[in-house]
Design a protein around this ligand. Structure first.
Ligand code: DX5
Ligand code: ZN
Length: 215
């Protein structure tokens, strides 16, 4: 079964608690939290304080996606706040190996993310220390974009390279394109617009959980 991680970037910022509880009652598996520093991406979003407050209202895994040039500055703050999985981008200048090890040393899942244009091989040196690989299926920075189909072959390639961790995709995922990702090896789907705009989120997630299971 594909794990479904609603992205709260598409939730109502003035009603985050309401929308997270709604997603939890709709049987989502994780909560995806986008952190943006207005440098790595041309947008600003969410702080460690928001993660801390989310930790107080849900027991669901908090899947924190750091779109930051210098995640090393705030790594411990997000871990102290209660991030279950902390994902950094492979394109940053910092020592990625050291950061992934620091996340694991704190007993959390360590994730590595690739922009659509970054080749899959960029994660080869992290294959054994990344519990999760996040394949961006849009250029990071905004929700509501169209899925970049070129990334499907990158997911396949990751599988073919023998990667054993979680394979997550993020951006433009909808009910009608999830199957193609699932048959190529996806294990976690981040969904923002398609989920929070669906009045029957529970029904939608139930159908999504069937995708890739052959049922
Ligand atoms: C974009 C973010 C995504 C985004 C997904 O940079 O990383 O998590 O919120 O939203 P949708 O599903 O609307 O593309
Ligand atoms: Zn994200």
């Amino acid at each position: 079964m594909i794990k479904i991680a609603p992205s709260i970037l598409a939730a109502d910022p003035l009603n985050l608690e309401r929308d997270v509880i709604r997603a939890e009652k709709a049987d989502c598996d994780w909560i995806h939290v986008d952190v943006m520093d207005a440098h790595f991406v041309p947008n600003l979003a969410y702080s460690a304080d928001v993660v801390r407050r989310l930790r107080q209202i849900t027991e669901l895994p908090l899947d924190v996606h750091l779109m930051m040039d210098h995640p090393e500055i705030m790594l411990d703050q997000f871990l102290d706040a209660g991030a279950s999985c902390l994902t950094i981008h492979a394109e940053i200048e910092a020592d990625v190996t050291q950061l992934l090890k620091r996340i694991r040393q704190r007993g959390r899942m360590a994730g590595i993310a690739l922009k659509p244009g970054t080749p899959t091989e960029a994660i080869c040196e992290y294959m054994d220390i990344a519990d999760l690989t996040l394949m961006m299926t849009v250029e990071p920075g905004f929700g509501g974009q169209k899925l970049d189909a070129r990334v499907i072959s990158k997911i396949r390639r990751l599988k073919d390279l023998g990667y054993k961790g979680e394979i997550e995709a993020d951006g433009g995922i909808r009910e009608d394109n999830l199957e193609l990702l699932a048959v190529n090896g996806l294990t976690v789907a981040v969904m923002g617009t398609a989920l929070f705009r669906d009045e029957d989120m529970k029904g939608c997630i139930a159908r999504l959980h069937q995708i890739g299971t052959g049922k």
